[in-house]
Design a protein around this ligand. Structure first.
Ligand code: FAD
Length: 275
């Protein structure tokens, strides 16, 4: 099967982490992703590190896509970052509201991602291809599914070109979300975000916080393996590869991998799905 895919990294904190990421990236680059994206910490906490990794990726000759979140930032700060990206030849970014981290009180000047997208369009025209976040199982702060859908549509109307979803393990949630937004007139590609299953207990905690559901059958099956890391690995690989196949066979426009800066699982899943 041939399809487009992209891979996400977070910016490491240490020189050692940066070197390790460089090595993992070289392995992943052989698979020819459409782009590598780099996350951005709440309140600008990784501003320099994100930009550093983005510049490294671009210098290696790969399309580099920074994430940019508006929470805690002023319009002038966001404009300065857009200028930096433009000067570095960056043509695509992921525009997010982000989350308040502990100790942060100030939401910043833009309250929601649709305002950020509108601001980027007003300031930079069509320079950037803008991706936004989508939540097939709803954003955890959403008042209700209907409003969450309408808020997603707002981001698209503000000028987003495509969307990447929060990860999920229930393909039907994705198909239902796509059907719902198509009925509201949204035509942009909505690319499923794929989280390989590595450290299951950490994933389960994280999933509760970000509103992604681990289906009961999968949770129970993995829990039944106890400390058997090889069995958990095999089960996770089977489940996520099957999810990817089902998504692509039923019309998903590509895949976006949350690599957690590791090449092995993303590579294994891609090898299986490509066949
Ligand atoms: P929004 O689209 O603004 O939505 C946030 C909440 O507000 C939702 O409940 C929505 O329904 C509501 N809402 C939206 N617009 C309005 C409106 N106009 N009026 C009233 N309510 C509204 N976080 C990071 O910190 N760094 C990253 O690099 C990062 N990358 C991500 C990449 C992807 C693909 C995804 C899916 C998430 C990422 N996140 C990242 C997490 C994201 O920042 C959080 O989920 C955050 O809570 C919401 O960001 P958003 O852009 O989706 O916000």
């Amino acid at each position: 099967m041939t399809f487009e895919f992209s891979i996400e990294f977070f910016p490491p904190q240490t020189t050692e982490g940066l070197e390790k990421l460089k090595a993992e990236r070289a392995l992943l680059a052989r698979l020819e992703p459409a782009f590598f994206s780099v996350t951005y910490g709440a309140g600008g906490s990784t501003r320099e590190r994100t930009f550093r990794v983005v510049r490294e990726i671009a210098a290696e000759g790969h399309p580099a896509v920074p994430h940019l979140s508006s929470i805690g930032a002023s319009r002038a700060e966001i404009r300065a970052m857009l200028d930096d990206f433009m000067a570095a030849g960056i043509r695509r970014l992921v525009a997010l509201r982000g989350d308040l981290s502990s100790g942060m009180a100030d939401m910043g000047e833009l309250r929601h991602a649709n305002e950020l997208v509108a601001f980027i369009r007003a300031e930079t025209g069509d320079w950037f291809h803008i991706d936004v976040a989508a939540y097939p199982e709803w954003h955890p702060q959403a008042r209700n599914p209907r409003e969450d859908l309408q808020n997603f549509v707002r981001k698209v109307r503000a000028g987003a070109n495509s969307a990447i979803t929060q990860y999920f393990y229930n393909a039907d949630a994705y198909f239902r979300f796509v059907d719902d937004v198509r009925k509201l007139g949204v035509e942009i590609p909505i690319v499923p975000g794929i989280m390989p299953i590595n450290n299951f207990s950490r994933l389960a905690r994280f999933s509760d916080a970000c509103g992604a559901e681990i289906p009961r059958w999968l949770r129970k099956k993995i829990e039944s393996y106890g400390d058997d890391a090889a069995a958990i690995h095999a089960c996770g690989l089977d489940a996520v590869s099957e999810l990817c196949r089902r998504l692509l066979q039923n019309g998903a426009p590509g895949l976006h991998f949350y690599s957690m800066n590791q090449s092995a699982l993303t590579t294994q899943i891609l090898e299986r799905v490509r066949g």
